[in-house]
Design a protein around this ligand. Structure first.
Ligand code: BG6
Ligand code: MG
Length: 216
């Protein structure tokens, strides 16, 4: 018997480390616009939507653009990003992610993806993990960005479980907050100093087990 019936996973930073590709693409865009973009600033974009990320970057660079220009810039960045993720392979799955997903499913725990990314399907297909999710809720299916709980609530709904039956795995502060706002337990992936509100913080899914899950 397991205490929880469903696990909902964020993608970027939990299953794969795509932050490096986002960083390269945003940096290229910033440089073309005549300013720099640091890794430190990239950290602040974890879990933040594409449009909001662009707005923050333009703010940091002290640049103002019209809505139409912003759309063009976001598309340009995304084209570079997609070009990079199209080369991803299963070797890029973070340690323990596949194993933990398999352990959940073997124990009868349902699995869902809950990501802000509109590129989730492309990534999952390239790393060969699509089949390990019973439901996929991504940036194409939600209107409200994390910390709004919409993405996780839709995940629970798709799995036919209530929020209290779910555990969310998240690397971003906004994502941890989204899970809490949705009435779900949440495991932070990263630093306990940053993800203070999580019920448990681990450095990666390789530190997770069904035993730890049951203790939440
Ligand atoms: C999140 C990432 O998962 O998805 C963010 O942490 C990113 O950095 C967001 O901006 C949106 O992703 P995409 O692929 O739709 O541009
Ligand atoms: Mg993330």
């Amino acid at each position: 018997m397991t205490k929880y019936n469903a696990c909902i996973f964020d993608l970027d930073g939990v299953i794969v480390d795509t932050a490096v590709y986002h960083y390269k693409a945003w940096k290229r865009l910033a440089n073309e616009l005549g300013f720099d973009f640091t890794e430190e600033n990239n950290e602040k974009l974890k879990g933040v939507s594409r449009v909001r990320s662009l707005e923050l970057i333009l703010e940091w660079g002290g640049v103002t653009k019209t809505e139409a220009e912003k759309e063009e810039l976001a598309t340009r960045k995304n084209d570079w990003y997609v070009e990079m993720i199209n080369h991803m392979t299963p070797a890029e799955i973070l340690p323990g992610a596949k194993e933990f997903l398999e352990a959940c499913r073997a124990a009868g725990i349902k699995t869902a993806l809950g990501s802000a990314s509109k590129n989730s399907m492309t990534i999952l297909d390239h790393i060969n993990l699509t089949n390990l999710f019973d439901a996929i809720i991504d940036g194409n299916k939600v209107t409200n960005a994390k910390p709004d709980p919409e993405v996780f609530l839709k995940g629970a709904e798709a799995l036919h479980v209530s929020p209290s039956e779910c555990v969310v795995f998240e690397d971003a502060i906004a994502g941890v907050e989204a899970a809490i706002n949705g009435g779900m337990k949440v495991v932070g992936i990263g630093s306990p100093k940053v993800l203070k509100e999580a019920d448990l913080v681990v450095s990666g899914l390789n530190e997770m087990s069904l035993e730890r899950l049951n203790k939440l």
